[in-house]
Design a protein around this ligand. Structure first.
Ligand code: G6P
Length: 608
């Protein structure tokens, strides 16, 4: 998705903006640009493709300005061309704008401006913002932006500079994230903390329909109605090195290998061993209502949705609560009719996914209570839910989510355990669960130590262009997540199926060229998985089994086996997903894919 980074301060802006753009690369983009101001002169550059292309355009040119705006674009209106990249400017080159989001009424504005003789240079919705701000400018840039905000519909995070006003950047948001960074040597604004984490960890979140003015020495915030707002900076915990590769070839692999620590971070300070009851401070504001709750709906997208799917089974196992899990993008179209005291749990790594945000807004309108399981502190979902639990997984840079999935599963388990212990779950069951949770980091580490074996399996099968992933119950969402991971990073077609459904269709596809990954730990449905595996083998389909250590009967039947340590059935997903992630990673590597930034995908999907 598009990314914004702005700087105004004592230092030259170009290196700082380039560094920020590189930190935003993981969000996915197809072109980039920047505008830097030096007194009344504005230099601007745009390029299609990677940030390196933009760097080529600026190299060898002395750009002295210490204030500027920069953008990575992910095309929505108009092809990824230089003309359509941001910044967009007005006809006289006075106003430069970068924009995340979509201006929904851009066509009608364009027609109106066309009639007034305004000549458009791009196909973007953003260009109307530049023209409108220019037409609305009367010596006060804040007022011009404010007036423009009242004329446009849709979502935006914008940053604006004007030739006549050096060292001042105006930013504004409605439905698209924007964060101010307060630094020693200047001030920042960005759509994502990671763009400025190298320079400051003091951040201020803008709310919808707010504007901020950044100068070298400070910032001020006001509403769209020109009411001034006082907000102090918060400190973010992320360290700059969290966003670096530290010797790994890709962020995806680094993040897969961080998972033992990710599980520990999700549990840190949250386990009350003796009582078998987790402590989750973030949900205390709603605890009285939550502990009486008997109906929950989990809403999420992508990998977070599959985490929610596992969550449903975990809640069924540990609590008396009925849980539904819904794709956020479909949820809004349903006739929502909740029993009283229904809790919606929004799961989102970024906390900015537009579909998930819209879903919780709709649920709120219908009277549901809102909880969030979110990684990015201060993100929109974390602020629009009444209470929640942070993942503390650190920045996830690889576009395909890995460590955050494991963190979401850990947190869902803690939440279910907490609620279950206030319902029918016994002390022994609680204590056993916590003991098993504490063993998980070591067990995941043991799987990671077999990465070479998994790489060898990937090498054997990466040329197969169709894969099937099968699982039952706790293994079913992992089959779907395994298939999604493979699709996302290797572009191999893969389907995740409930193993019981195999005979209703996918079995027709089985042949020696189509591998099946069977999620088959020793659990209550193991025998049924075994039957499915036999059915595949008797049709000469190769099977890669993810199976519990020492399962010799499976070893004899399947072509390849990845052994995993034993755990409680509802914790198996945290273990079984790891080989799936590694298989996807290594297949993508053999196919020479752009693993951390797969084509057409974005880390944070802030448009519907
Ligand atoms: C995008 C990402 C996925 C992610 C999904 C949901 O599609 O590429 O990796 O699972 O969005 O994102 P969220 O931030 O809400 O978890």
């Amino acid at each position: 998705m598009c990314g914004i980074v702005c700087y105004v301060g004592k230092n030259k802006a170009v290196p700082i903006l380039m560094e920020g753009l590189k930190r935003l690369e993981y969000r996915g983009y197809d072109s980039a640009g920047l505008a830097v101001q030096d007194e009344r002169h504005i230099d601007f550059f745009r390029a299609v493709g990677k940030i390196a292309e933009l760097e080529k355009k600026t190299s060898g040119i002395e750009i002295k300005g210490t204030s500027g705006i920069a953008h990575t674009r992910w095309a929505t209106h108009g092809e990824p061309t230089e003309e359509n990249a941001h910044p967009q400017s007005d006809m006289n080159g006075n106003v430069f704008v970068i924009h995340n989001g979509i201006i929904e009424n851009h066509q009608s504005i364009r027609k109106r401006l066309d009639k007034q003789g305004i000549v458009f240079k791009s196909e973007t919705d953003t260009e109307v913002l530049a023209h409108l701000i220019s037409l609305n400018y009367d010596g006060d840039l804040n007022e011009a932006v404010r007036k423009t905000m009242s004329q446009v519909e849709g979502t935006f995070g914008i940053a604006v500079i004007h030739r006549d006003i050096p060292d001042k950047i105006v930013v504004a948001r409605r439905g698209s994230p924007l964060i101010i960074g307060v630094g020693e040597e200047g001030n920042f604004a960005a759509s994502d903390v990671s763009a400025m984490v190298r320079y400051t960890n003091k951040v201020v979140h803008l709310n919808d329909n707010e504007l901020a003015t950044l100068t070298r020495d400070g910032f001020s915030i006001s509403t769209a109605q020109a009411k001034s707002v006082t907000r102090t900076a918060e400190t973010v915990e992320w360290a700059p090195e969290d966003a670096e590769l530290n010797g790994f070839p890709h962020f995806m692999l680094k993040e897969i290998f961080e998972q033992p620590e990710t599980i520990r971070n999700a549990m840190r300070g949250r386990l009350e061993k003796g009582e078998g009851v987790p402590k989750l401070g973030g949900i205390m504001p709603v605890w009285e209502r939550l502990k009486e709750c008997r109906h929950m709906v989990i809403v999420a997208c992508g990998t977070s949705y599959y985490a929610g799917y596992v969550g449903r089974y975990i809640f069924e196992k540990l609590t008396e609560i009925d849980v539904e899990v819904e794709l956020a993008s479909e949820f809004r179209y349903q006739k929502l009719n909740f029993p009283s005291n229904t809790f919606i749990i929004a799961i989102s790594q970024s906390g900015e996914t537009a579909d998930t945000l819209s879903a919780i807004r709709e649920a709120h309108r219908k009277g549901a209570h809102l909880l969030g399981i979110v990684n990015v502190v201060g993100s929109s979902i974390s602020r629009e839910t009444e209470a929640g639990i942070y993942n503390h997984a650190g920045p996830e840079i690889g576009v395909a989510s890995t460590k955050n999935f494991i963190s979401q599963l850990t947190i869902l388990t803690l939440l279910a355990l907490l609620l279950g212990r206030h319902q029918n779950l016994s002390l022994t069951e609680g204590v056993d669960a916590i003991r098993a949770l504490e063993t998980l980091p070591g067990q995941v580490k043991a799987i990671l130590s077999k990465a070479n074996h998994i790489q060898a399996i990937a090498e054997k099968y990466y040329r197969c262009s169709n894969w099937l992933f099968l699982g039952r119950k706790f293994g079913y969402p992992i089959a779907m997540e395994g298939a999604l991971k493979l699709k996302e990073v290797s572009y191999i077609h893969a389907e995740g199926y409930a193993a019981g459904e195999m005979k209703h269709g996918p079995i027709a596809l089985i042949n020696p060229g189509m591998p099946t990954v069977a999620i088959a730990p020793l659990d209550s449905i193991y025998d049924k998985m075994m039957n499915n595996i036999q059915e595949i083998k008797s049709r000469k389909g190769p099977v890669i089994a993810i199976a519990t250590e020492g399962d010799n009967s499976l070893k004899e039947i399947v072509d390849d086996i990845i052994e995993i340590p034993p755990t409680l059935d509802f914790l198996n997903p945290i273990i079984t997903v790891v080989p799936c992630q590694l298989l996807a990673y290594y297949c993508a590597g053999f196919l020479k894919r752009d693993i951390d930034k797969p084509r057409n995908l974005a880390k944070s999907v802030t448009v519907e």
